[in-house]
Design a protein around this ligand. Structure first.
Ligand code: NAP
Length: 362
């Protein structure tokens, strides 16, 4: 099979480096283009990241020799890439939104990790196991902008990745949920590189991450919502209250989750059965980055743990444990997902695989 030619925007950052690492031997995708800010542009990728490569494996040789381009040079990218992964960060979200639109307008599909377009009214926020039907909004988006081949699809914030699939699995099994209280314990890699200053995080927990609680409460409503007459209808049946904290862990966002069912309350055994049997479209299509079991339940009372469970199934599975009764809601449990893999680059790759398989990227 001829491989798709792929560009990484923000290739020098934490998420970008994970794309470079994870795509090294991808069966469908070949990295031909890397871009970052003007500070990094004009030298080889290996030169650009020589003092800040954060991965534990070496820089793949093919990517190492690519010249880093300026993200703003859309024309150059359009001549080389079939599609791009967007993982660049600019403080002004409007600039990120406009730049992603320029790529789409130039005929390049954009699979984004940034938050700028997550609430854009015609942009799908995709978790392939949950809402692949939202991809039909791509046609509406292209029509709204008069775009031909280009479009934008985003993935949600890394903070909600650990609990939204287990919640969806229960909803799909006929157990709708009314209320969720969630507290996240988020890894430092979630803040990018260099991220949180070491003296702020060593021997400490920071009980605030700007904008994170709003995203954790709002984004699930779009993902768990529906599409009707060319519009997203948010799921207003679920109320979420989130507290997001930063903890001195390198990778892996842990969350404590309390849930109250709308009506029927399943037994613990039923819930664990729903989770462990859960499979969806990426598994049916056998996509290369799809975890075999998207949800893994651990019976040990001291799991999941970031260090021991974040790499489960290529870092793409959510690991859950400690399902128990709650004195206020129905149940509580602990959930974990790898923030830079499932919550960022790996999630983006799975989105791209689904878009290829469904014929949106040609
Ligand atoms: P990061 O480590 O700070 O990397 C930022 C990237 O953006 C670098 O490649 C940087 O290039 C580039 N950049 C900075 N200013 C730019 C500009 N003016 N024009 C073009 N490119 C510019 O951040 P990150 O953690 O990788 O996050 C990237 C995106 O993914 C963000 O939107 C973030 O919210 C999202 N995300 C991150 C995670 C995570 O776990 N880290 C998870 C989900 C989503 P230089 O090297 O040249 O400065």
């Amino acid at each position: 099979m001829k491989k798709f030619k792929v560009g990484i925007l923000g290739a020098t950052g934490m998420v970008g480096q994970n794309y470079i690492r994870l795509l090294e031997n991808h069966p469908w995708f070949d990295i031909v283009y890397v871009a970052a800010s003007t500070n990094s542009a004009g030298v080889t990728y290996s030169e650009s990241v020589k003092n800040r490569w954060q991965m534990t494996t070496s820089i793949p040789s093919k990517a190492a020799s690519l010249i880093v381009e300026d993200v703003a040079d859309v024309t150059k990218a359009s001549k080389k890439c079939d599609f791009v992964f967007s993982a660049f960060e600019i403080n002004d979200k409007q600039l990120v939104k406009e730049m992603e639109e320029k790529y789409a307008s130039a005929g390049i599909p954009v699979i984004s990790n940034a938050s700028a377009n997550r609430q854009t009214e015609d942009v799908p926020m995709l978790i392939p196991e949950i809402n692949s039907d939202h991809l039909k909004m791509i046609k509406t988006q292209q029509k709204n902008h008069n775009w031909d081949k280009g479009f934008i699809v985003v993935k949600p914030n890394c903070s909600l990745q650990s609990y939204i699939t287990p919640i969806y699995a229960l909803e799909k099994a006929g157990y709708p949920i009314k209320k969720i209280i969630i507290t996240t314990l988020q890894a430092v890699s979630g803040a990018g590189y260099p991220g949180v200053p070491s003296l702020d995080i060593i021997d400490n927990v920071v009980p605030f991450i700007g904008g994170e609680e709003e995203k954790t409460e709002e984004e699930p409503l779009k993902i768990l919502g529906s599409v009707k007459d060319g519009k997203f209808i948010k799921n207003k049946e679920i109320k979420i209250s989130a507290t997001c904290t930063r903890v001195p862990v390198s990778d892996g966002h842990l969350a404590t989750v309390n849930i109250l069912f709308k009506d029927k309350k399943p037994t613990k055994e039923e819930i664990i059965k729903v989770w462990t049997n859960f499979k969806s479209l990426p598994q049916e299509l056998n996509l290369p980055f799809a975890p075999i079991n998207p949800i893994i339940y651990k019976n040990e009372e001291n799991r999941p743990q970031p260090k021991k469970d974040r790499e489960n199934d290529k870092g793409m599975a959510v690991t859950i444990g400690r399902l128990r009764d709650c004195n206020i809601f129905d149940y509580k449990f602990i959930a974990l997902s790898h923030n830079t893999v499932r919550g960022a680059a790996g999630g983006g790759i799975l989105n791209a695989e689904l878009l290829v398989k469904m014929g949106y990227i040609k």
